[in-house]
Design a protein around this ligand. Structure first.
Ligand code: FAD
Length: 417
């Protein structure tokens, strides 16, 4: 048997890569620093599959919006001010990328990645044993004010023009489509190709399917370095010993920069912390997942439960919970869904996760000059669940010498090296 492909990281990206490689008959070793019951950003997220997200985070207007939010303790965005050269460089690159030319170049790439991923999710639903609930009913971008709705209607027209279909809905139409749910809104944009699922369910299924197909998952194996000979990696050095392989895949989410740096590769990401809470018995259960546009909060029905999440805090790789920002999420949620009360959230555990955020809002995906047998697959920011399957497919295509489903120029891992 040929030497295995060694994958670093057991989040949605690493698992998707392992699964696609196993489907192609490759042998796989997946190294995960956590235990089998470990948490990761891939577990507590809002579970949205988002062809609607074809605009990268670094876009015109985002820097001004971010600066405005910085002064509100309950706002959805915050950067902890600190003397940190990496953060300063990240901020500079973000600012430089926040222009229309960047958005125009990246839009078709993000659209194609998301649409291809959606197709693979549909295939997963058929082929993963036991299957999982995948709701392909669309996503509602809920607007409290007419001003926001008018603004979103302009975006909806752009979305239609790039091939991501939308409908602009009045408040009455939203209520007609989701009877029995109280919505305090001026209206909404429906992104009909978006979908949602319970990420915990998907991660669990993929993990057991990988093992059933003969993939080896090594838990409590934190990659701390590499053994390299010439231009090729020979082994990943971990807290559980060395793992030799033929090809290596770096899919360690927000922790990827440290592992890459050991190879002289700069992937200058910041962790974007977010929170979620899961209402196990919501007083109402909407049919659709929704984004609360003024508040940047995400709401997703998952089975009988309802997950409410949001915020983006750039505070380093730190999972601590900021109560003011969690309060901001709750306060916003009950404004749009008035049947709920803030007290519904009392005593619920608060989950926090770290999104891997590159400064230009585009993933790092592809081969790198750092080592000829390394594939980098990280930096999916707020779209990692959505883009997990297509990323897994592209990793497997690169390893197996197949053409990739989407061109990779805009996601080149060496672009900031
Ligand atoms: C509140 C919130 C809501 C979100 N909602 C959505 C959504 O609706 N839709 C969407 O598409 N995305 C969403 N996201 C983003 C999404 O969750 C992430 O982009 C995605 O989970 C990233 O996956 P990953 O596999 O790259 O990283 P992770 O899930 O972080 O996995 C990385 C894994 O690598 C392991 N690891 C790290 N370093 C090492 C090492 N040195 N050695 C071995 N193992 C290592 C970690 O333990 C971890 O298990 C949301 C995020 C947040 C915070």
């Amino acid at each position: 048997m040929s030497a295995p492909v060694v994958i670093v990281g057991g989040g949605i990206v690493g698992l998707s890569a392992a699964y696609e490689l196993l489907r192609r008959g490759r042998s796989v070793v997946l190294l995960e620093k956590g235990a089998p019951d470990h948490d990761s950003c891939s577990l507590g997220n809002a579970g949205m599959i988002v062809p609607s997200h074809f605009v990268p985070l670094a876009a015109p207007g985002m820097v001004m919006l971010g600066l405005k939010w910085m002064f509100d303790g309950e706002s959805p965005f915050w950067v902890r001010p600190r003397l940190d050269l990496d953060l300063a460089r990240w901020g500079w690159k973000f600012w430089r990328s926040s222009n229309q030319r960047h958005v125009d170049r990246c839009t078709p790439v993000l659209r194609d990645l998301n649409l291809r991923s959606r197709e693979i999710f549909l295939r997963h639903r058929q082929e993963l044993p036991g299957s999982f609930a995948l709701e392909t009913v669309g996503l509602l971008a809920l607007c409290r004010t007419q001003e926001t709705l008018d603004h979103e209607a302009v975006f909806a027209a752009k979305s239609n023009a790039v091939g991501v279909p939308t409908e602009v809905l009045s408040a009455a139409e939203v209520r007609r489509r989701d009877p029995g749910i109280d919505y305090a809104i001026a209206g909404a944009v429906m992104f009909t190709k978006d979908a949602h699922l319970d990420p915990r369910e998907l991660v669990k299924l993929l993990t057991s399917e990988i093992q059933r197909l003969g993939g080896r998952i090594v838990w409590n194996a934190e990659v701390t370095g590499w053994r390299k000979e010439g231009a090729r990696l020979k082994a990943a050095v971990t807290t559980a010993g060395e793992f030799a392989g033929e090809t290596f895949v770096l899919a360690a989410g927000a922790w990827s920069p440290a592992a890459a740096e050991a190879l002289g590769l700069r992937i200058p990401m910041q962790a974007g912390k977010g929170y979620s809470m899961r209402l196990p018995h919501p007083v109402q259960r909407p049919k659709y997942c929704s984004l609360l546009m003024e508040a940047r909060v995400a709401v997703t029905p998952m089975g009988d439960a309802l997950t409410v999440g949001g915020t983006m805090e750039i505070t380093g790789n730190d999972l601590s919970v900021n109560p003011a920002r969690v309060r901001g999420i709750r306060k916003a949620f009950v404004k749009y869904y008035p049947a709920f009360k803030e007290s519904d959230f009392t005593e619920l555990p608060i989950w926090s996760g770290l999104r891997p955020c590159p400064p230009d809002g585009m993933p790092y995906l592809g081969r790198t000059r750092a080592a000829e047998n390394l594939v980098v697959a990280t930096g999916h920011s707020m779209m990692g669940l959505s883009l997990g399957p297509v990323t897994g497919e592209i990793v497997a295509q690169l390893v197996c010498g197949e053409p990739t489903s989407v061109a990779l120029a805009e996601v080149d891992p060496d672009r900031h090296a």
